[in-house]
Design a binder for this molecule. Structure first.
Ligand code: PGA
Length: 354
């Protein structure tokens, strides 16, 4: 039964339903545990009614509630470690991440994927750092989605700035068109994609408008592929990658918000609301708590710090802030919680004074 229905059921039966509108955070009327995610209240943007955050629509005016996005953190090992013997420690760092409130993936170097891909015990996924756009065959040095699928891999990272020409080497950069082909190919093969975008420092120095003018062409060719269940965007300002200079929470938030607004306009408001956008660029255990407070930052793509035990702290920080829980078919408001507060449960989200 939906939230709206269950509240109506209480009202129809003539019982005195305690109106959640009158329940303020911290008030004695809130069931114990009200501070946790599942009991959070939200105020409707449309009619100002307060209702449980888990409801998908406002019980009073049916306005859609803001979407709760599960956070996601990736560890990009890049071309590390230098020795196979060091992999054990790196795997242990990822295995130490609590994945109950956050999706976790790791991008080992191509050479090491085959060694570690069955090692993770906490549900962390392995995502190669690249993919070709054709399949198996005469493609020396490439990896195909077919091979990934056969190995049980579900995710692939493409579009990292180090593949878009920021190597510092005279290698041809991967173009937006090539990356769109790769994205299409991966999705057709049933894979999920982490699609990285970002702007260089001279662009950032010109302000958000210039940043978006750089990011939009990176997004344009994949805008029809932005399925929130299968594509995660990773916004990584090039100037903050590996430099120790992190975007401030305000910079990250304004950019993530602008990306979401662009998607709302160009694709749809629901895709914009649901798609996850990670921040990447010198993310670490110290700055993750503040960056996680940004409403449009849904996690991190972590380079250097993913080679250290602190990756678990980064995952914990974003999970704590976003409070995502897999509730499945769980009883959202168990009777015992109400009883402790002197209330008697009468429906999924209704109660009377006991
Ligand atoms: P960094 O790298 O965390 O070392 O800055 C991030 C990335 O390149 O994905």
């Amino acid at each position: 039964m939906g939230c709206a229905q269950s509240q109506m059921a209480g009202a129809d039966s003539g019982m005195k339903v305690v109106n959640v509108d009158k329940v303020k955070s911290g008030s004695k009327m809130l069931p114990r545990g009200a501070g946790s995610a599942r009991y959070k209240l939200r105020r409707c943007n449309c009619c100002s009614f307060s209702y449980f955050a888990l409801c998908k629509t406002c019980p009073r005016c049916n306005d859609a509630a803001p979407v709760v996005r599960k956070p996601i953190v990736g560890g990009n090992w890049k071309c590390n470690p230098s020795k196979v013997s060091e992999l054990k420690e790196l795997v242990a760092n990822i295995d130490a991440c609590d994945t109950s409130g956050c999706d976790v993936y790791v991008c080992p170097s191509t050479l090491h994927i085959g060694i570690v891909y069955k090692s993770f015990k906490n549900g962390a996924k392995v995502a190669p750092q690249n993919c070709n756009y054709k399949g198996c065959g005469a493609y020396t040095g490439e990896m195909s989605a077919d091979q990934m699928v056969d190995m049980g891999l579900e995710w692939c990272l493409i579009g990292h700035s180090e593949r878009r020409g920021e190597f510092g080497l005279p290698t041809p950069p991967e173009s937006n068109s090539l990356l769109a082909m790769k994205c299409k190919y991966l999705l057709e093969k049933g894979m999920k994609v982490i699609f990285a975008i970002g702007e260089p420092l001279p662009v950032r120095e010109k302000g958000l408008k210039a940043v978006m003018e750089t990011l939009i062409p990176q997004l344009l060719e994949i805008k029809g592929m932005l399925d929130p269940a299968r594509v995660v965007l990773a916004y990584e300002p090039v100037w903050s990658i590996g430099t120790g200079v992190t975007a401030s929470p305000a910079q990250a938030q304004e950019t993530h918000r602008a990306i979401r607004q662009w998607i709302a306009k160009e694709v749809s408001p629901s895709v914009a609301a649901e798609i996850r956008i990670q921040y990447g660029g010198s993310a670490n255990a110290k700055n993750a708590p503040d960056l996680s407070k940004c409403p449009d930052v849904d996690g991190f793509l972590v380079g250097g710090a993913s080679l250290k035990p602190e990756i678990a702290e980064i995952v914990a920080a974003v999970a704590k802030e976003k409070c995502w829980r897999d509730l499945g078919n769980a009883d959202l408001f168990p009777a015992a919680v109400y009883e402790k507060s002197g209330l008697r449960k009468t429906g999924a989200v209704t109660w009377v004074k006991a």
